[in-house]
Design a protein around this ligand. Structure first.
Ligand code: NAP
Length: 385
């Protein structure tokens, strides 16, 4: 059985990618590098993420095609014992790298995980490539690598511009990730997938990610909103991104390297989003007033006092960090996923009301089910053989 190595499968998008790949490539097994001490911890962590998609029976079936390997991208040699690394180098033929630190305020975390961690994974991939075995490396990047842009639809073929200002250390670290990939795996089959803001699923209301939902609800709950209602926000559904990961992973050949998983020209405006959310909230949409370039610390403090108690200062800080994304009116062309794989996002305004109602009804927390009693508890040894 051919083998794909996946990083970040316990995360939000990595989980979407994994379930789509399991379905699309029934003949493959998947080795997941998971940040955990023991295999049993890794399994419990995986269940936390995958229960959004799989019931207990489907999870147990999936485990039959999954090997969980405790690892850490930032540890020397990925934290893998030499014999395990050697075995995996011989087995793996495709790699999907979705792990990252999305902590926009921590340069240290972004540099460690997104640059140093990616460098170490690329070093492993070079070992696979040396054996003429590497069929594909898929890197989950972000549209934020385009840097600070205004009033534009960014093309998929635009080269990275290191002279341009970036939104934050996260965006810059992902830009370096793409550059390292192109350099270290030159001549190999590589694919770079750049999602825009990912929120919710177009097929069901449940989500495990609440920060951005809370931030958007905060905006819709305000009586006055200091944003231009005609500004477009590039938001996509996670199921679209999951299908894109699986498509780039499984395609025999790729005509392009870089693909935006974005809403592009059909991205909704702030006005249409707040109207759709307000409808779900059963209230009037906020009145948009003169836009603010960036909310000041004082404004954030004042807003904290005005907003409902469940909205923590953390959410307001998130809103603050995302402010440039909310004001710059930049969207990202998504023609390639449509042309090559017939993949198109669902408009956020079609499902954001249901997403909001799920989040509110569950107090912005996922109603997690405990680890299945029938699931294995004994660690399957990560053996070298
Ligand atoms: N969500 C979005 O809106 C969005 C938009 C554009 C691009 N992206 C990109 O999509 C990818 C996935 O994002 P996400 O939203 O799924 O993020 P997430 O939910 O925070 O998941 C991040 C994943 O990376 C893993 N990870 C972090 N540090 C690690 C380390 N040192 N060693 C091994 N694994 C580590 C995490 O493992 P633990 O479970 O141990 O924490 C988790 O599985 C990222 O590359 C991100 O840049 C996301």
């Amino acid at each position: 059985m051919t083998t794909t190595l996946v990083t970040g499968a316990t995360g939000y998008l990595g989980g979407y990618g994994l379930v789509e790949m399991l379905a699309a490539a029934p003949g493959r097994r998947f080795v997941l590098l998971v940040r955990a001490k023991e295999v049993s911890d890794a399994r419990a962590k995986l269940w936390q993420g995958l229960q959004l998609h799989l019931d207990e029976k489907a999870f147990l079936e999936a485990l039959e095609r999954i090997e969980l390997v405790p690892a850490d991208l930032t540890a020397p040699r990925l934290g893998l014992a030499a014999p395990v690394r050697e075995r995996l180098t011989g087995e793996v033929t495709r790699i999907v790298h979705a792990a990252a630190s999305l902590n926009r305020r921590s340069e240290t975390a972004c540099l460690n995980v997104n640059q140093r961690g990616t460098l170490q994974l690329l070093d492993f991939a070079q070992g696979v490539a040396k054996r003429q075995q590497l069929e594909r490396f898929v890197y989950v990047s972000t549209v934020a690598v385009a840097g600070q842009r205004q009033n534009v639809c960014v093309g998929e073929d635009e080269p990275l511009d290191f002279a341009r200002r970036d939104y934050d250390p996260y965006a810059r670290s992902k830009k370096f990730g793409e550059t390292m990939l192109a350099t270290m795996l030159a001549g190999e089959s590589i694919a770079v997938l750049r999602p825009s803001i990912v929120m919710g699923d177009s097929r069901f209301a449940a989500t495990t990610q609440f920060d951005m939902v809370q931030a958007f609800v905060a905006m819709a709950e305000l009586p006055l909103l200091p944003l231009d209602p005609s500004v477009r926000l590039d938001i996509v559904n996670a199921d679209y991104v999951g299908r894109a990961i699986a498509a780039l992973h499984g395609a025999e050949t790729l005509a392009e390297t870089t693909f935006h998983a974005s809403a592009g020209a059909t991205a909704p405006t702030i006005g249409s989003i707040t109207t759709a959310l307000s409808r779900a909230l059963g209230k009037r949409p906020p009145r948009c007033v003169a836009p603010l370039a960036q909310p000041t610390g004082r404004l954030v403090d004042a807003a904290t006092a005005l907003l409902p108690r469940r909205l923590s200062p953390r959410i307001l800080r998130l809103l603050n960090a995302f402010w440039p994304y909310l004001t710059n009116n930049a969207v990202f062309d998504n023609a390639r996923l449509g042309a090559h794989f017939a993949l198109r996002p669902t408009p956020f305004t079609d499902y954001c009301g249901d997403l909001y109602l799920f989040a509110r009804n569950h107090n912005f927390t996922y109603p997690a089910r405990p680890y299945p009693a029938s699931a294995p508890t004994q660690p399957a040894t990560v053996s070298a053989a």
